[in-house]
Ligand binder design. Structure first.
Ligand SMILES: NC(=O)c1ccc[n+]([C@@H]2O[C@H](COP(=O)([O-])OP(=O)(O)OC[C@H]3O[C@@H](n4cnc5c(N)ncnc54)[C@H](O)[C@@H]3O)[C@@H](O)[C@H]2O)c1
Ligand SMILES: [Zn+2]
Length: 350
């Protein structure tokens, strides 16, 4: 099978857990050569509606999980692991995740605990998955008490970002992935939005790989990948973003909330004298280039966001943000709630 374009290859350097991320049209066809030599059989975890067949070249069984955050549950983990056991998957075999972040987070966590850990290969089929979720080894499922509360760091054996699969991705999902992508324009990928599409994905992967290599367990620098996410997580926690109809008729997808969060972080950084107006304008330029909105929808309640931010897992002291500045993007702690509220008010749609 010949590839339509030359693929890009990015290495995530993590000692004996190092692996390649391959990006390009048709790279799913490299699957059979991207599996551990020890594997004699494999399981494929995917969802209905993802019509991109993969050929692992080994005996396999396919498991379909449900759609959306509700599928990221301990019940799904139990069902998958029981299915793996009934199929006879051994510790030397491999789990193949074909899908977006919901599939790779869930299959990855199942792989991390089945037989105390089996290899997982991610075939990422959403833009968000390709530039973020499939790389870096964070796996998790949700509890009724909160998102991603039960999980493990479990690095994949390989990641295939097949850009051809994006052809069938619904428009809203493309937009959500674009919001996640936009953050990389401020983490070191200059002129991101002007690059050819496959190159954009590759550059984002390279940046994520570099950050993960330096801080696998998010003890420090990896936190910069949360750029735009303090407000985005607050919008999600307060019910204005996530899946389906949100509170007050506000219905933002994760990446759409991140896009607003990036612009918000820029405005906050400007108010703190960390960046100038031209840098804020650059944030707007990137967000608009991806067809994303930079304004908070009208129904969003500032007080609800402040309460949600106080509960953010990085809020060890005061309110914490990842902000741009003279030395690039960094974590800034202990911000005043009054200033935060003021900048939120400034960001409303007229
Ligand atoms: N582990 C991490 O580091 C990390 C990082 C970011 C996000 N996440 C997680 O990722 C999840 C969101 O992932 P997502 O945005 O990829 O959403 P998703 O996995 O829910 O996929 C969105 C929708 O697109 C469908 N789909 C996937 N590929 C398709 C294709 N090629 N063609 C047509 N339809 C397709 C899916 O079936 C689903 O309905 C969240 O649960 C989030 O917590 C994890
Ligand atoms: Zn995100």
């Amino acid at each position: 099978m010949s590839l339509q374009t030359a693929e890009r290859r990015v290495r995530v350097e993590l000692g004996e857990r190092s692996y390649d991320v391959v990006i390009g049209d048709g790279v799913r066809h490299l699957l059979s050569t991207s599996l551990p030599d020890s594997a004699r059989r494999c399981v494929i975890v995917t969802q209905h509606g993802i019509d991109w067949a993969v050929d692992p070249g080994l005996p396999s069984e396919t498991f379909y999980i449900g759609d959306g955050e509700k599928a990221k549950s301990l019940q799904t983990i139990e069902e998958l692991c029981r299915g793996f056991a009934q199929f006879g998957l051994t510790r030397a075999d491999v789990v193949i995740a074909v899908g977006g972040g919901v599939v790779t987070d869930t299959a990855g966590f199942a792989a991390s605990c089945y037989h105390r850990g089996v290899a997982v290969v991610n075939v990422a089929t959403t833009l968000l998955g390709q530039v973020d979720a499939a790389i870096g080894g964070k796996t998790a499922v949700n509890l009724p008490e909160g998102k991603n509360l039960v999980g493990a760091f479990w690095q994949p054996y390989a990641v295939l970002c097949d850009t051809e699969t994006l052809a069938t991705l619904p428009e809203r999902e493309v937009r959500s992935g674009s919001g996640e992508m936009a953050k990389y324009a401020f983490l070191g990928v200059d002129g991101l939005e002007t690059l050819p599409p496959v190159e954009q994905v590759a550059r984002c992967c390279a940046l994520k790989a570099e950050v993960v290599s330096g801080d696998e367990r998010e003890g420090g620098r990896r936190l910069i990948l949360n750029y735009g996410h303090t407000l985005a997580h607050a919008l999600e926690a307060a019910g204005f973003a996530g899946e389906g109809p949100g509170k007050a008729g506000v219905d933002l997808r994760h990446g759409e909330a991140v896009a607003i969060g990036i612009v918000y972080a820029a405005r906050l950084a400007e108010r703190l004298g960390r960046i100038d107006a031209a840098r804020v304008a650059r944030h707007l330029e990137v967000v608009h280039a991806y067809g994303l909105d930079d304004r908070l929808p009208l129904g969003v309640v500032t007080e609800d966001l402040l309460v949600a931010m106080g509960r953010d897992k990085k809020a060890t002291a005061g309110l914490t943000f990842v902000l741009d500045g003279p030395d690039g993007v960094e974590v800034v702690r202990d911000l005043s709630p009054a200033l935060i509220a003021d900048v939120i008010e400034e960001m409303r749609s007229e």
